[in-house]
Design a protein. Structure first.
Lengths: 904, 98
């Protein structure tokens, strides 16, 4: 890269032919190296930076072909600002990138679409004939366009290599140059475009090289622009003056006057072209790894177009001023060359070369994919079709790749032949527009297919056929000198007229036949999938399926090669839970297989091949209904599963709670056992100790009696404890027998106070009772209730620490029958923190020695009250320990009248 | 706890409104570029036209850039809110972006 430039400088203003060739070859070698390195990196799985949105955006710049690079200035010098329509259309389309283009890319990737023809064919029932028709239009439109690129390279080459750059003569060695360029580009496209038959058809090498070329052409163009505005003119203000001055020339002013009809038509056509041109579809949709690239490209690509257009008008005006006789299409090159800026001119040459080559390479690859998938392979399969035979031994991959190589050579060859035949006499700009208007005829079918489920194949055929017929007659043939554009009255522009006429009749035919037609089932299925952006499902084929997996594998091997096919089949089998390489040919599997195959050979061919091998039968409306009902059933199944899952979650929650409770109970039980053992052991220990002592012979009678007394006392404690435990267990198990009778509470309370007076008899309690209210009859188990009362009163006697203890007992009648007994002392009461514990087993608030019990009393009380249908609770804030005992009118009335939380 | 659903709603609401803006933008662009030429073809053909055209174009690019930036942030916020709310709230409030 450096060497030729330095030599350029030394050799003076004119650049020798060899230097130019050497520089170009070095540049070409660089492109090959970049493409090679990118392909290698991708093959090793290091495609990280290759997938960067910036690379994607730059690769979109293949839109700016040599027509832009050289032709835009020529266009601007003839028609003024109208040149910008070609870049405004795409800008407007890209302002809708977020919802429009992303949707297009997502659907195309979902169906592994390989080209614009494949997209439309897949949408309209996988019709190969439709794809073949679109391929035909694409080839017709692209051939002159490719020729144009070859011409631009040879023209620029010529201008540069001669000593008189002003004389942009045509002829001489141009044909030779174009041939060399075409051959080199074919080589590049074949090496990097048909290296493998990838399922997703991505070419990292080509895309990376194009991205680099995009940078080169942008830099070159900006450099010329800066040179013109700040080098030749005196800044932007002076430049605007010059534009205004140029407009005063009546000839110029007439050409530059914007015409609303042309302005609108060209914006529409260029907006359509960005979606439908095969090369744009290739880089924008097929080479995109996912639709998220468009988040950056949505603004970055319009910015690129803006930058490429910004200096077009200044260069055109300056060219007209300084070089009025030169070819306006080459101002970009001749302006710096004329000013002696050979380095800059060489950069421009490389920029133009980049623009031309990237367009040609991508076009060739895109067209070759279309030609091989929609013309050559279907034709070959149709010719080779033997009844019943599957010719499984043949390697289709080689066939397809060779078909593509052949197609690349054919496309470039056609371009070269066209270039030679036309003698390069056509103005550069018009050929680009011809190609744009041709491919724009595909737009109604494309948009309709993506947005309207009712669009059908006959409509698409009619629309595309009619539109392209009009295009051929009104635009294409006149542009190559056959016939002429219609002469219209009243100054109507023939091109705008032809565009509006062809596009509107195209749309009318498409919509009309779609409305009155009835699509076949495959088409309706695909329509649903495209318009709703849902995964397509192949309807269940009734054919015997089990023995078809192996032929399918054989077929996939023929297309992808053995490794790839085995990998795919094993993954599918694993997904079905099977080992080995042969999955069941379920509809899901067949759908995925077909789409993967479509990624290599197009939807129509893949569909036909799978049908042939898997024994598919023609899809009927009944099958469609089945698909629909299956979908509905699946939806219902999902809903059912969801509700079942919620149910399960609820049950699991309940189980978890139950488990927690059980765990807590188990812990409680362990603690309880530990407590019991401890309680039982204390008296046992003293009994053993004293009985040991009593064995000693020299023991006085008094001592012996004393020890026996202790043993007796401890044994009594043990018995009480065991009685309590038995009592508690009987109560807790709900087996307690009640002997229910009518009792007077006054009698019961009196007996309880009397029985309790045995506890700490040394203390004298003042009793505060309200005798008249105590005469209240209840139906209950008198002995049990007495037990509770004794316990509570005894506790009060035991623990009340007041100087002059007072025991207050009050009885009230409850509203719904039954009674409430409140027993309170005037001691310190019980700490708030421990109030919740007192009814637990073995809970003793003070030291055990003082209490002298096992701590089961209140626990038993609560159990008794529960069994009696009542409740016992601690009453806080009564100025001492206070308990409230609630009694129902009779034991059976528990739930209704008391409403206690009840049993543990 | 009550903050989360509120946040989720805010995020997806904002994203949807930005999505609406993204749908309107192409129409706006078309109008901004077509109408002046329809009405005043002579007025926008020369130097003034160049300034008008490239000015409008630059504004459009900046608008698309700002919109995409806003949409990406809104989507990230929605995703984040979804991820946070996922254990409690499994409803898919937002649906797929186009």
């Amino acid at each position: 890269m450096r060497r030729p430039r330095q030599r350029t400088k030394k050799t003076g203003p004119a650049m020798p032919f060899e230097t130019l060739v050497a520089g170009s070859l070095a540049y070409v070698a660089l492109m090959f190296a970049v493409a090679f390195a990118a392909d290698r990196a991708a093959a090793r799985g290091r495609a990280g930076w290759l997938d960067h949105p910036l690379i994607y955006t730059l690769s979109l710049s293949v839109y700016c072909s040599a027509w832009t690079f050289y032709g835009a200035v020529g266009y601007a010098s003839r028609s003024g600002l109208e040149f910008a329509t070609i870049y405004l259309g795409p800008t407007i389309v890209f302002t809708g990138a977020w919802w429009g283009l992303r949707r297009l890319v997502r659907i195309a990737r979902m169906h592994h679409v390989t080209s614009v023809a494949d997209l439309i064919s897949a949408r309209f029932g996988k019709s190969n004939r439709l794809a073949a028709l679109i391929t035909l239009i694409a080839v017709i439109a692209a051939t002159p366009y490719v020729a144009l690129q070859l011409q631009s390279v040879s023209l620029s080459f010529e201008v540069f290599a001669t000593d008189a750059p002003r004389a942009a003569v045509i002829g001489g060695p141009a044909g030779g140059t174009a041939l060399w360029v075409a051959a080199g580009l074919a080589l590049f496209a074949i090496i990097f475009g048909t290296r493998n038959l990838a399922a997703d058809e991505r070419h990292h090498g080509v895309v990376t090289a194009i991205a680099l070329e995009a940078v080169v052409k942008l830099l070159a163009f900006l450099a010329v622009g800066v040179f013109v505005v700040w080098g030749l003119a005196e800044g932007p203000v002076d430049m605007l003056d010059r534009v205004a001055r140029a407009g005063r020339d009546p000839a110029v002013a007439e050409g530059w006057l914007l015409r609303p009809d042309r302005w609108t038509a060209l914006i529409v056509v260029s907006g359509a072209a960005i979606l439908t041109l095969p090369r744009m579809f290739q880089v924008m949709v097929v080479e995109a790894s996912d639709e998220d690239r468009l988040r950056v490209a949505g603004w970055a690509f319009p910015a690129y177009l803006f930058a490429m257009s910004f200096f077009v008008l200044p260069i055109a005006v300056m060219g007209q001023e300084l070089l009025p006789d030169a070819n306006p299409d080459l101002y970009v090159l001749t302006l710096p060359a004329d000013a002696g800026q050979n380095l800059l001119a060489f950069l421009v040459f490389l920029g133009g070369f980049s623009a031309a080559t990237s367009m040609v390479v991508v076009s060739a690859i895109a067209l070759a994919t279309m030609i091989s998938n929609h013309w050559l392979v279907p034709a070959w399969l149709a010719l080779r079709r033997r009844p019943g035979g599957e010719d499984a031994d043949r390697d289709l991959r080689g066939l397809i790749l060779n078909a593509r190589r052949l197609a690349i050579v054919a496309v470039l060859g056609a371009g070269w032949v066209y270039h030679q035949a036309s003698g390069g006499s056509v103005a550069l700009a018009s050929m680009g527009l011809v190609a744009f208007t041709g491919m724009a005829q595909v737009l109604p079918a494309m948009l309709g297919g993506l947005l309207w489920r009712g669009a059908n194949r006959r409509g698409a055929f009619a629309g595309v056929g009619l539109g392209s017929g009009l295009w051929l007659a009104l635009i294409f043939l006149p542009s190559v000198g056959i016939g002429q554009m219609p002469l219209l009255p009243g100054g109507i522009d023939p091109l705008a007229f032809a565009i509006f006429l062809s596009l509107s009749l195209n749309t009318l035919a498409f919509v009309g036949l779609s409305i009155f037609g009835f699509p076949d089932p495959v088409e309706r299925l695909q329509g649903l999938s495209f318009v709703s952006a849902v995964e397509p499902v192949r309807p269940r084929s009734p054919a015997r399926a089990e023995d078809r997996a192996e032929p399918l594998l054989a077929m996939a091997r023929r297309v992808w090669g053995p490794d790839e096919a085995l990998r795919f089949f094993r993954a599918e089998a694993a997904a079905q839970g099977k080992s080995g390489y042969l999955p069941d040919p379920t509809p899901d599997f067949l759908t995925r297989l077909e789409r993967r195959l479509a990624g290599a050979i197009g939807a129509a061919t893949a569909h036909a091949m799978i049908d042939r091998v898997a024994g598919g039968v023609a899809l009927t409306v009944a099958d469609l209904m089945q698909v629909a009902s299956e979908a509905r059933r699946a939806k219902e199944e999902t809903r059912r599963l969801e509700s079942a899952r919620a149910e399960l979650a609820r049950t699991a929650g309940q189980l978890r709670e139950a488990n927690d409770k059980l765990t807590a109970l188990s812990v409680q039980k362990d603690a309880f056992l530990g407590q019991i053992s401890h309680e039982l052991r204390t008296p046992m220990t003293s009994i053993r100790a004293f009985s040991d002592i009593m064995k000693t012979p020299d023991l006085s009678e008094a001592e012996r009696r004393n020890f026996a007394g202790i043993i007796h006392q401890e044994a009594g404690r043990l018995t009480r404890l065991l009685d309590d435990l038995l009592d508690l267990s009987v109560l807790e198990s709900g087996q307690a027998r009640l002997s229910v009778s009518a009792v007077n509470l006054h009698d019961l309370i009196g007996r309880a106070v009397q029985a309790a007076s045995a506890t700490r008899p040394e203390r004298s309690f003042t009793l505060d009772r309200d005798m008249p209210s105590e005469h209240l009859g209840v139906i209950t188990d008198a002995d049990r209730l007495l037990q509770v009362l004794i316990n509570v009163v005894t506790n009060a006697r035991k623990y009340c620490d007041a100087e002059r203890p007072v025991l207050t007992i009050r009885v009230h009648r409850r509203a719904g029958g039954g009674a409430v007994i409140e027993i309170a002392d005037n001691g310190r009461g019980i700490d708030r923190a421990r109030q919740s514990l007192i009814f637990e087993k073995f809970s003793r608030l003070n030291d055990p020695a003082r209490a002298g019990g096992a701590g089961l009393g209140l626990a038993i009380c609560r159990e008794i009250m529960t069994v009696l249908g009542g409740d016992i609770a601690y009453l806080p804030g009564q100025g001492g320990a206070a308990f409230r005992i609630v009694l129902p009118p009779h034991p059976g009335a528990a739930g209704r009248s008391v409403g206690t939380a009840g049993s543990p | 706890m009550p903050d989360r659903p509120l946040f989720l709603e805010r995020a997806s609401f904002r994203r949807r409104r930005l999505g609406d803006a993204a749908r309107v933008l192409p129409v706006l662009a078309l109008v901004a570029i077509l109408l002046p030429v329809w009405w005043l073809p002579a007025g926008v053909s020369l130097a003034f036209g160049a300034v008008w055209l490239f000015g409008t174009w630059a504004v459009l690019i900046v608008l698309v850039w700002a919109l995409h930036r806003g949409l990406m942030r809104a989507e990230a916020a929605t995703r984040q809110a979804h991820a946070q709310a996922a254990p409690e709230d499994e409803k898919d409030g937002a649906g797929d972006a186009l």
